[in-house]
Design a binder for this molecule. Structure first.
Ligand code: THU
Length: 167
């Protein structure tokens, strides 16, 4: 017997994103904090410096930068360094917004850096933990910022803790 086949035409609501976003003054400020943190990236292997800045509900800004290692997989992305630092130093303080910037060694302009899948997975769990979404601002293309209204919107069909519970 022939297995039944069905085709799903998947479409995504893009209303959770603003592309070609022109950052507002407070977003510019968060981007500037991330840019300043770029100096703390340790990226001798990729020469790709990344920084993330988090604005917490209490007004504190926490930054993180990529930290590479000669054993490549042991390194860590900027986003996760920032998120884990925030959870460790300000436990329970919700995240309101995240800005991510990147720059190649010696370059003048930012490089586009849309967070990797593992970072999106971690962002998603932070969002679940705090019970409300946070905005994510990243450079999608030169001169074109992307603003996502939630981490969840960056990771459709995600794996999350409900997958682990008994059906
Ligand atoms: N990286 C980040 O820190 N965040 C991203 O969103 C993408 C990639 C880092 C990992 C590695 O140190 C370097 O950039 C090149 O992949």
């Amino acid at each position: 017997m022939q297995a039944e086949r069905s085709t799903n035409n998947l479409s995504f609501e893009m209303t959770d994103f603003t592309t070609n976003y022109q950052p507002h003054a407070d977003d510019q400020m968060l981007i500037a904090n991330a840019e300043a943190a770029l100096a703390n990236a340790y990226a001798p292997y990729s020469a790709f410096h990344v920084a993330a800045a988090l604005l917490l509900d209490n007004g504190v800004i926490v930054t993180g930068t990529n930290q590479e290692n000669a054993a490549y997989p042991a390194g860590m992305c900027a986003e996760r360094v920032a998120l884990f630092t925030a959870a460790s130093q300000y436990p329970g303080e919700p995240i309101r917004k995240m800005a991510v910037v990147a720059r190649r060694d010696g370059a003048k302009d930012f490089s586009p850096a849309t967070s990797c899948g593992s970072c999106r997975q971690v962002m998603l769990e932070f969002e679940h933990r705090q019970g409300k979404p946070f905005q994510v601002i990243m450079l999608e293309r030169p001169g074109s910022w992307l603003q996502a209204r939630s981490a969840a919107s960056l990771l459709p069909f995600s794996f999350n803790k409900s997958n682990l519970s008994e059906p």
